[in-house]
Design a protein around this ligand. Structure first.
Ligand code: NAP
Ligand code: GCO
Length: 263
């Protein structure tokens, strides 16, 4: 029988106090995993812990900036001592800055690259040695449609997410021999705080132009919800995907397959 369960597994989901990370962690808990998550902000970490508890999940929370290699190594060592070796890592923490490229500061560009690309490298580097010793591991990088497409104002984000797609493939290439599967999930446009500015009602009460654009551009004719990502995330974390490696699974309602409706 195909095994989609995660019983006995320790799953670390970064930046999972809310949003996509929270939904993925919740689905992993329902599939039997022990949930560990981090956040950079203590208040949000505590609120997230309370929310997991309210959902019946005894999660483990760690304050950690995923861009800080020493803090990450310390967090992973603490998790291994206090909870167990990490079987599943979801590199979910991420930011976006929407600025026309030639107006974007180098500092802002570097911050997006640091969190969205350098941090997944730091996190994977910290957990792979123990995965090799344990004889298995799952790494899931939260990529984006911007791993494939560009659009105005998201140059740093697209560069980072494009790089994250190739980091995913390279981890597959280097560590597949140790029964480590590294795949990506490429969400489409999902209703979370990160995309809230793109869905804000206009002063006259009308929909945000981008909101209407995405709905017409998506064959599913709707924004995604974090629930839409739960099944694909469980699949990629389970034994059901042990021969899937280096793949980015797009969960986008069909946007990437669609040229768009003739005006
Ligand atoms: P979100 O609502 O903005 O949540 C991002 C999370 O990452 C927050 O918990 C945030 O913590 C955390 N984080 C940011 N920087 C961090 C750092 N340096 N160290 C630790 N945690 C950090 O984003 P989301 O929409 O759930 O997106 C989650 C992931 O999916 C991101 O990688 C995003 O790029 C990707 N994605 C989103 C969409 C979408 O449409 N929403 C589509 C494709 C891909 P704080 O709140 O404390 O800052
Ligand atoms: C944007 C959005 C997108 C989504 C997502 C799409 O400004 O275009 O934030 O980047 O977050 O990455 O897959």
């Amino acid at each position: 029988m195909v095994n989609f369960r995660l019983d006995g597994k320790v799953a670390l989901v970064t930046g999972a106090s809310y949003g996509i990370g929270y939904a993925i962690a919740k689905a992993y808990a329902e599939a039997g995993a022990t949930i560990v998550f981090n956040d950079i902000d203590e208040a949000k970490l505590k609120k997230g812990l309370a929310d997991y508890k309210a959902d019946g999940i005894e999660a483990h929370a760690y304050l950690c900036d995923v861009t800080d290699e020493e803090v990450v190594k310390d967090m992973v060592e603490k998790i291994e001592k206090e909870i167990g070796v990490i079987d599943i890592l979801v590199n979910n923490a991420g930011i976006i800055k929407r600025v026309p490229m030639i107006e974007m500061s180098v500092k802002d560009f570097r911050q997006v690259i640091d969190i969205d690309l350098n941090a997944p490298f730091i996190m994977a580097k910290a957990v792979i040695p123990q995965m090799i010793k344990k004889g298995h591991g799952k790494i899931i990088n939260i990529c984006s449609m911007m791993s494939e497409l560009g659009r105005e104002t998201v140059s740093a984000y697209a560069a980072a997410k494009g790089g994250l797609k190739m980091l995913t493939r390279n981890i597959c290439a280097e560590y597949g021999q140790y029964n480590i599967q590294c795949n990506g999930i490429g969400p489409g446009y999902i209703e979370t705080p990160q995309t809230a500015p793109l869905r804000e009602r206009q002063p006259d009460g009308s929909r945000h132009p981008f909101d209407a654009f995405i709905v017409t551009r998506t064959p599913a004719a709707r924004w995604g919800t974090t629930d839409d990502l739960q099944g694909p995330a469980v699949f990629l974390a389970s034994d059901a995907s042990n021969f899937v490696n280096g793949h980015v699974l797009y969960v986008d309602g069909g946007i990437l397959a669609y040229i768009g409706k003739q005006p």
